[in-house]
Design a protein around this ligand. Structure first.
Ligand code: SF4
Length: 351
């Protein structure tokens, strides 16, 4: 068993680790269960509020543990209801999370970050212009949900319904903590959500997609595709050089065979780059693999210093119609938060 030296960031412990630690400090095992529920079911970060723990136990814990919740630094409010927030981590680094309300179908989604910065340098992305500084731990990922859920309740009187891992960073390069965070979201003793409401999005790391299959995860998977042939994908997403489309398709098929979970391709439409009918033909071919797939076409949010422009409305619709007419389940996601720093990493990078 790993020896833990105080001060211990108590929210970084799994339920098993917490149980072992509680026993190691001479307390009965059931206390771990009580504390875990305070931390994750009731989302409390103050020992004084843990009212079913005795005062001597709370005092003992106060000398041994620390709480490091993320702190809200700044929010931007878009006229379309989108709220983008920047948070400060305990070591001063900044990350961002976005509340995306779709009020007509009562879908309130939070987009969470998994790393400070990102190592993958996709050419269209503001986060890709920062270096990867560090991975977030599971508590820092779940904290984004907790804080944005409060915003959803405050501004829309409705709790969040969905979580997408599509903010700063590549989730599959922070594999362990991302999986731990999904456990916290879904465990009955923690937040108790359905895994079907969670989508983890990857730029495409074939080995880790297969690992998700081997680990039998229950959440949905999205591939940030953005180009349907290797030449164009290499140009905008250097990760494609080691994980080409053939390798990725084989990994997705493996994931689907192992889990049966939903797979989506995310496809940002860049004007005159990947939105021609030939591009649509290539994309249709990638939709006829041995696994079912949905396509989300996303309007691009321009980033300063990046030459890509968003596709025109007609071009976007022609592209989507081609897919639809060839039997692809396709949705156009209009750009949200155009009047704020909507592109991923823009707000965290500011000032
Ligand atoms: S798009 Fe995603 S994977 Fe690519 S640089 Fe941006 S954050 Fe990283």
């Amino acid at each position: 068993m790993q020896t833990l030296t105080p001060p211990i960031d108590i929210r970084s412990l799994s339920s098993d680790q917490l149980e072992n630690w509680i026993i190691s400090i001479g307390e009965p095992k059931y206390r771990a269960k009580q504390i875990y529920q305070w931390l994750w079911k009731k989302k409390v970060t103050d020992l004084a509020q843990m009212s079913d723990l005795s005062k001597p136990l709370r005092e003992k814990l106060a000398s041994l543990v620390v709480f490091r919740p993320i702190q809200l630094d700044k929010s931007q409010f878009s006229s379309d209801g989108t709220i983008k927030s920047r948070f400060t981590l305990h070591d001063g680094h900044k990350i961002e999370a976005v509340l995306i309300p779709v009020t007509q179908d009562k879908r309130f989604t939070v987009c969470v970050s998994t790393q400070v910065g990102c190592s993958l340098t996709c050419s269209f992305c503001a986060t890709g212009k920062m270096k990867r500084i560090r991975n977030l731990d599971a508590a820092e990922i779940v904290d984004q949900y907790i804080q944005v859920n409060q915003q959803a309740l405050q501004h829309f009187d409705t709790p969040l319904s969905n979580i997408v891992y599509m903010g700063m960073g590549e989730p599959l390069l922070n594999y362990r903590e991302v999986l731990r965070s999904t456990e916290l979201f879904t465990q009955e003793s923690a937040l108790g959500m359905s895994a079907k409401r969670i989508t983890v999005s990857t730029a495409g790391i074939a080995k880790m997609i297969r690992q998700l299959g081997d680990d039998g995860v229950r959440f949905n998977l999205a591939l940030s595709l953005h180009a349907a042939d290797d030449t164009k994908r290499n140009e905008i997403m250097p990760i494609n050089e080691q994980n080409n489309l053939e390798t990725l398709m084989a990994a997705l098929e493996y994931f689907y065979l192992k889990t049966g979970n939903e797979i989506t391709y995310e496809y940002i439409a860049f004007n005159q780059f990947n939105d021609s009918l030939l591009d649509a033909q290539h994309l249709v071919a990638l939709c006829k693999m041995n696994f079912p797939v949905k396509v989300n076409i996303i309007e691009y949010n321009p980033v300063e210093g990046v030459e890509f422009k968003k596709s025109g409305k007609d071009r976007l619709e022609q592209f989507a119609s081609y897919l639809y007419n060839h039997g692809v389940q396709v949705t156009i996601r209009r750009s949200r938060g155009k009047d704020i720093d909507a592109a991923c990493g823009q707000l965290a990078n500011k000032d």
